[in-house]
Ligand binder design. Structure first.
Ligand code: SF4
Ligand code: MG
Length: 296
């Protein structure tokens, strides 16, 4: 039985700013691992670069800090090498929806069995507050002092269109709900993406905890049918907004599972790893001499 103490490191503590949304998502991830009764050695966290990408340092599972925008292909490689692991990507919006967007699209269309959790604070936090692909339209910040005119990326629309078989959104202010989504994502056999809204209390003074609480609702409370792709698209398109709304109007932000479908996972198409994972296969009787000879 996995307990909290099994996942806690003793030599260091997260250095996120006090009040940062990453703390809630950290708690939710640990709760999900515990509630699924996964042993620390059965989980690997893969990150890129950003505030949230420090996560592998602060949960005692296996961890891999990769390059900016590259955690998803690294996670895919890990899954193919050892498909018995629960492979989880922790990335930020700049990291995964900016630099790493093409990797996200291709992982989604492959339906490889990994879970991508994007800590979406709608800003580049680690580099002190530049606007990101998901910053709200018309928002002002240090790299857009007169306001942003670019329509924000809708990451869930993009991943669903690419073929993702599990698409969800959570919120750092609702740890229990976020943990449930992570559990469902890990259990899902295939590619899962969770857009996790994560207030950055230091550099994003618009999308705060109270701001989200006034707008968020849960799809399950409105009896959303996550088997229906067209209904999923309708809900996904509710937010982020693609036009500026009138003063006093409030958008609604759906959270929960938008879409879920059972399809064969990418790795199931490889007979080489069908019965026994690659890391457990003997290598003593493998010779590459004949290949080398052809090259000489
Ligand atoms: Fe969190 Fe923002 Fe501070 Fe980064 S800069 S730790 S995202 S509050
Ligand atoms: Mg960010």
């Amino acid at each position: 039985m996995t307990e909290l103490k099994d996942l806690e490191i003793t030599y260091d503590k997260p250095n996120w700013c006090p009040g940062c949304g990453n703390f809630g998502l950290w708690g939710a991830l640990k709760n999900a691992i515990i509630e699924l009764n996964l042993n620390p050695w059965e989980v690997v966290l893969v990150s890129g670069i950003g505030c949230s990408s420090k996560m592998p340092y602060w949960i005692k599972t296996y961890g891999f800090s990769s390059l900016h925008g590259r955690p998803t292909p690294v996670a895919e490689g890990i899954k193919l090498a050892n498909n018995s692991l629960a492979v989880i990507v922790i990335a930020g919006d700049g990291d995964q929806y900016g630099e790493g967007l093409s990797h996200l699209i291709h992982a989604a269309r492959r339906n490889i069995d990994i879970t991508v959790i994007v800590h979406n604070n709608q800003i580049y936090g680690l580099t002190t507050g530049q606007y990101s692909p998901t910053t709200d339209l018309n928002e002002k910040n240090k790299t857009s002092p007169t306001s942003i005119t670019e329509i924000p990326l809708n990451p869930l629309f993009v991943t669903l269109s690419a073929g993702a078989t599990f698409v969800a959104r959570g919120f750092a202010g609702d740890i229990k709900h976020q943990a449930e989504l992570i559990k469902e994502g890990i259990k899902h056999k295939g590619f899962s993406v969770i857009d996790a809204m994560q207030p950055c209390v230091t550099f994003n003074h618009k999308n705060t905890f109270p701001w989200f609480r006034e707008r968020i609702y849960k799809l399950e409370e409105e009896k959303h049918d996550f088997n229906d792709k067209s209904k999923a698209i309708t809900r996904i398109e509710e937010w982020p907004l693609t036009k500026v709304i009138k003063e006093g109007e409030k958008e609604r932000i759906p959270t929960g599972i938008f879409y879920k479908k059972e399809e064969p996972a990418f790795e199931e198409g490889f007979p080489q790893i069908d019965k026994i994972s690659l890391d457990k296969q003997p290598i003593t009787d493998i010779s590459i001499d004949s290949i080398l000879e052809k090259l000489m």
